[in-house]
Design a binder for this molecule. Structure first.
Ligand SMILES: C[S@@+](CC[C@H](N)C(=O)[O-])C[C@H]1O[C@@H](n2cnc3c(N)ncnc32)[C@H](O)[C@@H]1O
Length: 289
């Protein structure tokens, strides 16, 4: 049978269910069933009956607002795929901006020495593993507290290492603990973090509220609890001249800039996302301390 009418009908069904991106989601589910890239769907105009049945089941599940990535089992960061599912935060496209900034920063250091990178609140390992893939010379550490998330972090870390990437060192630890990674104090070139940062009272889509872990989402009443508590660790870990990038809620650009400034970091810069909303803050450790 022909695929395109099924996709069109699926998109209508998803739109009626309140899904924000019905046509791309329908296409992604069809591509998943056919085992092809979404951009190559046009090369597959026909679908077998059993595939159409599987597609229909996935569309119905997506209509209940299960995240697309939980149905396909995959999310993307940079050039790598990450396994995702219940128990771990699904990496978001907006974090690609912080990732791109991080790679550009590492590039400014040149390739003469192996940069040390720390990813705080790593979840699936998205930022740590994407950086390790893009910069095989980097020594990358990733920190996560939640044992359920850590199951996915380990799975992804082992898969990337099996694929030939430089292994990332995982740490089960609280990023707000003042004893965090003391062996790296003053030695780290780059600290990246996409921590829990949503203000407690925020109203979220069902995909987020019902499927991302609570601990991955909320950062206290103003969304800044974890950022406030982990920033002294970032300042301590960085070597003189080292840099950090911290993602935050779009209401908190100035708040995060003030927190990193108060921690003694310099060259504090607020970065918007593609929609112009404040999305992450970067800062550098003063060269002379
Ligand atoms: C918003 S998710 C981000 C995951 C990943 N960095 C990404 O971009 O996809 C935040 C992660 O921080 C973890 N987390 C929350 N509080 C933490 C803490 N105090 N110490 C370490 N990890 C924490 C959560 O379990 C979750 O995996």
């Amino acid at each position: 049978m022909r695929l395109r009418p099924l996709i069109t009908a699926a998109a209508v069904r998803l739109a009626e269910s309140g899904v924000a991106s019905p046509l791309p989601d329908a296409e992604n589910l069809a591509a998943h069933v056919l085992g092809v890239d979404r951009m190559r769907l046009a090369l597959h105009p026909m679908i077998e009956a059993d595939e159409a049945a599987r597609f229909g089941q996935l569309v119905e599940r997506r209509a209940t607002r299960i995240p697309l990535q939980h149905l396909t089992g995959i999310a993307v960061m940079g050039e790598i795929d990450l396994a995702v599912g219940p128990g771990v935060f699904v990496p978001r496209p907006e974090t690609e901006l912080l990732f791109a900034w991080a790679l550009a920063y590492l590039e400014t250091l040149g390739h003469a020495h192996a940069p040390i990178v720390v990813d705080l609140c790593t979840g699936t390992g998205a930022l740590a593993l994407a950086i390790a893939h893009a910069r095989p010379d980097a020594v990358v550490h990733a920190v996560e507290l939640d044992p359920d998330a850590m199951i996915w972090t380990r799975r992804n870390t082992e898969a990337r290492a099996a694929d030939g990437d430089t292994p990332v060192t995982l740490h089960t630890a609280d990023v707000t603990d003042s004893a965090l990674l003391t062996e790296l104090t003053g030695r780290v070139d780059l600290v990246v973090a996409n921590p829990p940062y949503i203000p407690e009272a925020a109203v979220l889509d069902p995909e987020v509220a019902d499927h991302d872990p609570h601990r991955a989402l909320f950062g206290g009443p103003d969304g800044l609890d974890v950022i406030r508590a982990m920033t002294p660790n970032i300042a301590r870990l960085l070597r003189p001249g080292g840099a950090t990038a911290v993602e935050h809620d779009d209401t908190n650009g100035a708040g995060v800039a003030a927190i990193v400034t108060a921690a003694g970091l310099a060259e504090v810069t607020e970065h918007p996302d593609l929609a112009g909303r404040p999305r992450f803050v970067t800062a550098h450790s003063p060269s002379e301390r």
